[in-house]
Write a protein that binds this ligand. Sequence first.
Ligand code: ATP
Ligand code: LTN
Length: 332
Amino acid sequence: MKKGLILSGIQPSGILTLGNYLGALRNWVDIQEEYECMYFIADLHAITVPQDPKELRENTKKALMQYLACGLDPSKNVIFVQSHVHEHAELAWVLDCNTYMGELSRMTQFKDKSQKQVNVRVGLFNYPVLMAADILLYQADFVPVGEDQRQHLEITRDIARRYNSTYGKQVFTIPEAFISETGAKIMSLKDPEKKMSKSDPNPLAFISLLDDRDTIIKKFKKATTDSMNEVRFSDEQLGVKNLINIYSSITGKTPLEVEREFEGIGYGKFKMAVGETVADALEPIQKKYYELEAPENEEYIKNILKQGAEIASGKARETLKEVYETTGFYSK
Ligand code: ATP
Ligand code: LTN
């Protein structure tokens, strides 16, 4: 018996990072046996900041290959590209008209991301509404994401509750965030106050899932720490805390066990150990990824997305139809 519907997505705004893996993808793989799962590539979200069309197209295909390489099984999960299902954008409009400027203005991701833009797009401001549409369209029960998305899940719940109560009908399922205890917030290797992000302009700040061993080790060697030279899981040592967090979410050891393991050992050796552990964890993923990259797999990749979009569209159509009726649109 399946327990409920799971839905999540990642933006194809670059090659996925260790943060995307530990905060999201890895958990998707763990739950694929138990739940009915739908995972998409959020290309509509990616264009909330400027994207080069050629890179966006390539990164979308690469994102799918990274999903598969990380262990998502296309026979157990519905995998699709967001723009292949036009209902996402359509529901987003209806929800836009049921969302307040004030509540969107409070989103911390908007505050952070808009600071980095010269001309801030309306879509960046609207982003959480599109995310709400993604989730509500499939009547998802649980949404496995990293900690940074908690606020967007809260606004999704608010929008859904408001719509249901405005129209006096349970049109939308109220979804719940599904955030794992470990790895939910991996920080930048260069600025441990910021989260690790694939669109960070400094490549030393993140570990890409496709970085080779030498690059991974080099990045960890250059990771920001402090002058205390003590491996401690403390808010006074955010850089070291982040490295402990990465190491423990891969090895399954608790932060206390990691502290003990590296007691009296300098940062050099500690960083090396974290780098090796991460490289070991990514090695099988990269092997699978490069196999999938072979030209003869092109058809296989296309088929996964085609089938995924068909199944997703069927579900999306049902919800949108109900929303249009409930909203009062005159039917054909
Ligand atoms: P961008 O840099 O384009 O904003 P991103 O790397 O921050 O992208 P998203 O595509 O926005 O990643 O996020 C996809 C999923 O990965 C979400 O569930 C998000 O919570 C999770 N995630 C992203 N970054 C991290 C991180 N540093 N630690 C843990 N989880 C993360
Ligand atoms: N906003 C998410 C990506 C995303 C998403 C979703 C995640 C878009 N739509 C729906 C879960 C459910 C992010 O990680 N930035």
